[in-house]
Design a protein around this ligand. Structure first.
Ligand code: GDP
Ligand code: MG
Length: 387
């Protein structure tokens, strides 16, 4: 038996693309037949129209074409995962069937895939454009990308993390449990994959000529669910949100206790304020110890003893930072609420950083060890003059 060593798999999800699949196949073949490589084009199809018939014809005509038809199943991202399982190439390129992703970029993508683990043709690096989208879609897509970047650390340096056009070495997804919701398979790979380097290439997203977009409001909702699930499963991202939620709860508890001490116990203002702050601080410490940094509780006794005073000291400095901002704004004749708000943002970041660094130091070390920060590079448009 001869074992065929496949170099490249092009995975293409399709839903009702009968007028596009032949075109995309011939354009890819025209390009890859010029390269010295063994390749396959794998369509994963959920269509309810005649697309499977055209795909069947293509399979008979060209040995490099394969297709898989899923009955009663939908989902772009899950189709791509299925494509990963049924393909063999060491290098995988994922692209849409509707020619919005120019196949002419493939040679450059493959060249860059020698140096980088993941290559992303991007609409948002200098030289790229998302001209193929209308203004409303551009706005929605921008907001979606922004939410992803704010929520998930690994997406932050990537300019086009929602791109449907990307390439990766198979080793990136080896042993990764890919379980995406909806459409955006690339964010799943960027969060769960094993990689060191990402390279972005500018390209122009072209307008669709045949067929219509299947993007819907439901898919935007699925995207938010997907982001929420990824955050929940990623300790490095979950920690900060958990810290903020506990901090907000702490403020409410602080105000509630202040009210009780003043009105029910008739205590003085100063002692009511100090007592309620202490209660809130204990509340925050316990929750952070058992939830935010739950994976990193120290086993060393002396460290456990000094943890609470350390936490209080750091948070005390945080209160001083907030007060300082409010006072500076007041001094400059600006709005004190704006100053307080800015102070809260700065002190929250300080509290989180300092407690990660000193109160739960194992967490800090672990985070740094696990999180070998991927290097993200971008192609200079001048290098692409041939394209
Ligand atoms: N297998 C599969 N492919 C899909 C599904 N929805 C969309 N696609 C394909 O995914 C690609 C991108 O979809 P498209 O509607 O062009 O999205 P847009 O470019 O964001 O407007 C196209 O090749 C579609 O045929 C689906 O549910 N299953
Ligand atoms: Mg499209």
């Amino acid at each position: 038996m001869t074992i065929i060593h496949m170099d490249i798999s092009i995975v293409i999800p399709t839903f009702n693309e009968k007028n596009n699949v032949r075109l995309i196949t011939t354009r890819i073949m025209n390009i890859l037949n010029r390269e010295d490589c063994l390749y396959e084009i794998v369509f994963v199809d959920d269509s309810s129209d005649d697309t499977p018939i055209v795909l069947e014809q293509l399979c008979h005509e060209f040995s490099c074409v394969k297709y898989l038809h899923r009955k009663n199943e939908r989902g772009l991202a899950s189709a791509v995962v299925e494509g990963f399982c049924h393909s063999q190439g060491n290098q995988i390129i994922v692209m849409d069937a509707d020619l919005q992703h120019p196949p002419e970029l493939i040679p450059l993508i493959l060249k860059r895939l020698f140096q980088a683990d993941i290559v992303i043709p991007s609409r948002f690096v200098p030289g790229g454009s998302d001209g193929g989208l209308n203004l409303f879609r551009k706005l929605i897509s921008g907001i979606a990308r922004g939410i992803g970047r704010i929520s998930i650390k690994r997406l932050r340096p990537i300019s086009d993390s929602t791109s449907g056009y990307f390439a990766l070495k198979r080793s990136v997804i080896h042993n990764a449990h890919l379980d995406p919701i909806g459409w955006k398979i690339l964010i799943e790979i960027l969060v769960k994959g094993k990689y060191r380097t990402v390279h972005e290439i500018p390209y122009s997203f072209v307008a669709r000529e045949a067929g219509e977009s299947k993007m819907s409001i439901k898919e935007q909702y699925n995207y938010l669910r997907h982001i929420a699930r990824l955050v929940n499963n990623s300790p490095e991202d979950r920690k900060f949100y958990s810290f903020c939620v506990i901090g907000t709860l702490g403020v409410l508890i602080n105000l509630f206790c202040l009210h009780i001490f003043l009105k029910l116990f008739d205590m003085g203002e100063l002692s009511s304020s100090i007592n309620s702050s202490c209660i809130a601080m204990i509340h925050n410490f316990l929750w952070n110890n058992y939830v935010t940094w739950r994976e990193y509780k120290s086993q060393v006794l002396w460290r456990r003893i000094i943890q609470f005073p350390q936490f209080s000291l750091i948070c005390g400095l945080g209160i001083a930072i907030t007060t300082l901002f409010a006072q500076i704004f007041l001094f400059l004749g600006w709005n004190i609420y704006a100053g307080q708000l800015l102070g809260i943002s700065v002190s929250t970041s300080w509290n989180f950083f300092a407690n990660s660094r000193w109160t739960w130091p194992v967490a800090y070390n672990e985070t740094n060890r696990e999180d070998v920060k991927p290097v993200v590079t971008q192609e200079l448009p001048s290098k692409m003059s041939w394209y």
